[in-house]
Write a protein that binds this ligand. Structure first.
Ligand code: AMP
Length: 216
């Protein structure tokens, strides 16, 4: 099976499908958003520096996130992983190629294609658990069994500080601006797999399984 790099706008399902890969196949799930939120929750120097940037929907400086990611990738050396939330611009994509070369890692890129209206609806309905599981109050298939409580660990579900309309719009525009060069870059490297998400999540996951098995 292949390592996966997800590229997608907010709320396209990167986190949800990463979790499924983790549950079904034992993938390590590296979410750069989660790594940054951990820094914020632990009130580290980095956390204090990035909180306002993240809440506003802007991107954290490349140097900061690249350093965090590289040490994380080293710590899981040899394990199968899914990378969720990186790269977010062409510079990060090129840096990632360097890191992968250095660590001798092979991978496939999966672009989850979603339109802005659907992504906004999903963002505004999203509630998350500190265990990494995410739910959606606007979608019957993704509601928790008990309102406001995680099905997996019984913790209280919360809304992310950046899951509001204003921040969503900044994040989506940033994504649109940066995404084209990233897609071109991975197309040239022959690593790009495009999956549309306007279908039931189980069919999206089936497509993802085709990619990790080299059949897409
Ligand atoms: P996510 O959980 O992937 O939606 O990320 C939440 C926020 O963390 C983003 O809106 C950015 O502010 C920040 N972030 C996550 N990954 C990156 C990255 N690769 N580069 C810069 N900022 C990032």
């Amino acid at each position: 099976m292949k390592n996966v790099v997800f590229i997608a706008p907010p709320a396209a399902g990167k986190g949800t499908h990463s979790n499924k890969l983790k549950e079904k196949y034992g993938y390590e799930h590296i979410s750069t958003g989660d790594l940054l939120r951990n820094e914020i929750n632990n009130k580290t120097e980095i956390g204090k520096k990035v909180k306002a940037v993240i809440d506003a929907g802007n991107l954290v400086e490349d140097d900061i996130i690249i350093k965090i990611l590289e040490s994380n990738l080293k710590s899981i050396a040899g394990k199968l992983f899914v990378l969720d939330g990186f790269p977010r611009n062409l510079n990060q994509a090129k840096k990632l190629t360097e890191i992968f070369k250095k660590l001798n890692i092979d991978y496939e890129v999966i672009f989850l294609l979603i339109d802005e209206q659907e992504a906004m609806k999903r963002t505004l309905g999203r509630i998350v658990c500190s265990c990494g599981k995410s739910y959606n109050i606007f979608n019957e298939d993704f509601k928790p069994k008990v309102e406001g409580i995680c099905d997996v660990c019984n913790s209280k579900l919360v809304k992310r500080d950046d899951d509001n309309e204003e921040s969503f719009k900044v994040r989506f525009q940033t994504f649109l601006k940066n995404n084209e060069p990233i897609l071109e870059y991975y197309k040239k490297l022959d690593k790009l797999n495009v999956i549309t998400v306007n279908k039931h999540s189980k069919f999206v996951f089936e497509d993802i399984e085709e990619v990790i098995n080299g059949n897409y």
